[in-house]
Design a protein around this ligand. Structure first.
Ligand SMILES: NC(=O)c1ccc[n+]([C@@H]2O[C@H](COP(=O)([O-])OP(=O)(O)OC[C@H]3O[C@@H](n4cnc5c(N)ncnc54)[C@H](O)[C@@H]3O)[C@@H](O)[C@H]2O)c1
Ligand SMILES: [Zn+2]
Length: 357
């Protein structure tokens, strides 16, 4: 397969998202940006799988590579681990013409991007995402952050990568649960933006679940194009970009009240999309067939679609703390037709209670 290249157009610092089956096009995707020295940031799992290949490709470009390996998992998105990376960058004598390459899932991407955005006031940053979630979502768009013990993703910035390189073959080793978590975000794009893609998903979801390469390439391409279009129009989330949070108001609330250990991010977003669609249904914005389609796609992707026991009051409290809320009201992204959502800040609490009955 020839590599697919998608342009993310921004007023400054536009960049390309490259999708390929293998590493053969990596050099050309990153060579203009790596500089003299590279700090390759990854986690312990991903290190075993891909670091050997990546290190030899980057070294063969005449670049000095220093490897920084963090423990896998959300806990690595911390200021403490970021500080350890600054120390390693200083010890490796990275300067303003050096770069940081993130190789891994969203945790590594967000963390390495945050360090790249602050080390020496910002050095070049490149993304090589290896989870489905990172390939369709977190590696594109420039949101980088670490967590504070009191709040997730609260210390961060917008800092775009210079290039994104997606090797679809890396998904071969991804555990099923992590694959499904990415599927939640992938399905989300159909509902927020693209009726045709929804139709395609209906007919091809089984091919995706089987990780059929051509189907994956098509869907990842479609998702990255949608995200590039949205971010290109609204890089700093002044308006439109908020639609990417469909499923996330309730999803983040669920993650928060279960202390981030019951659901993966995608599982929480899947449930969030279902219950937010039920709110839309109650408001008369959509009909039952849209909710059914959503539930069928999520089920096919082995994602949860129903919560049996929940403390709705705690959920509402957790949602009220979301950093995206404006002046006290909880912001919801609700479907209004197939492939289209809108932003609402006037959802009555009663409706939220009703859908969890
Ligand atoms: N920046 C954004 O716009 C954005 C968007 C969505 C999510 N996020 C962030 O992304 C993070 C979640 O990312 P994630 O779901 O990728 O989780 P993750 O980075 O924790 O990766 C999941 C697990 O898969 C392993 N792994 C990664 N690639 C693998 C591969 N190819 N084969 C086998 N195992 C592999 C990892 O070691 C890890 O154990 C969260 O912190 C979330 O806040 C950021
Ligand atoms: Zn998400």
């Amino acid at each position: 397969m020839d590599p697919i290249s998608i342009n993310l157009d921004l007023p400054i610092d536009s960049y390309s998202i490259n999708i390929s089956h293998g590493w053969q096009h990596l050099e050309s995707a990153i060579k203009s940006y790596v500089g003299n020295k590279v700090m390759l940031v990854t986690d312990e799992n991903v290190k075993e799988l891909f670091v050997h290949d990546i290190t030899s490709i980057i070294s063969s470009m005449g670049c000095e590579v220093s490897l920084a390996v963090v423990p896998p998992g959300e806990a690595s998105k911390s200021l403490k681990i970021a500080e350890a990376l600054y120390t390693q960058a200083l010890n490796a004598m990275l300067d303003r013409s050096s770069s940081i390459v993130a190789l891994g899932g969203g945790v590594v991407g967000d963390l390495a991007g945050f360090v790249a955005s602050t080390y020496m006031r910002g050095i070049n940053f490149l993304q090589i995402p290896t989870t489905l979630l990172a390939q369709v979502d977190s590696s594109v768009g420039g949101k980088v952050a670490v967590n504070h013990p009191l709040a997730k993703n609260i210390i961060g910035s917008f800092y775009q990568p210079k290039s994104v390189y997606i090797n679809i073959n890396t998904l071969d080793s991804l555990p099923q649960r992590q694959f499904s978590t990415g599927m939640a975000e992938l399905i989300k794009y159909g509902f927020i933006w693209d009726k045709d893609f929804l139709g395609w998903l209906e007919n091809n979801i089984d091919r995706l679940i089987k990780k059929e390469k051509n189907a994956l390439a098509y869907a990842i391409d479609r998702c990255c194009r949608i995200k590039a279009e949205i971010v290109g129009q609204d890089e700093k989330e002044k308006g439109l970009r908020a639609i990417l949070n469909f499923g996330h108001t309730i999803g983040h609330g669920l993650e928060s009240i279960s202390s981030y250990c019951l659901y993966t991010h995608g599982e929480a977003v899947a449930l969030g999309m279902v219950y937010e669609s039920l709110i839309a249904l109650q408001k008369g914005l959509v009909d039952q067939s849209l909710v059914d389609l959503l539930i069928n796609l999520l089920k096919a992707a082995n994602l949860p679609t129903k919560i049996t026991e929940i403390d709705v009051e705690s959920l509402i409290q957790a949602m009220a703390h979301d950093k995206k809320n404006k002046s006290g009201s909880i912001v919801f992204i609700l479907p209004i037709e197939y492939g289209k959502v809108d932003i609402f800040n006037d959802v009555e609490e009663e409706l939220i209670y009703n859908v969890f009955q």
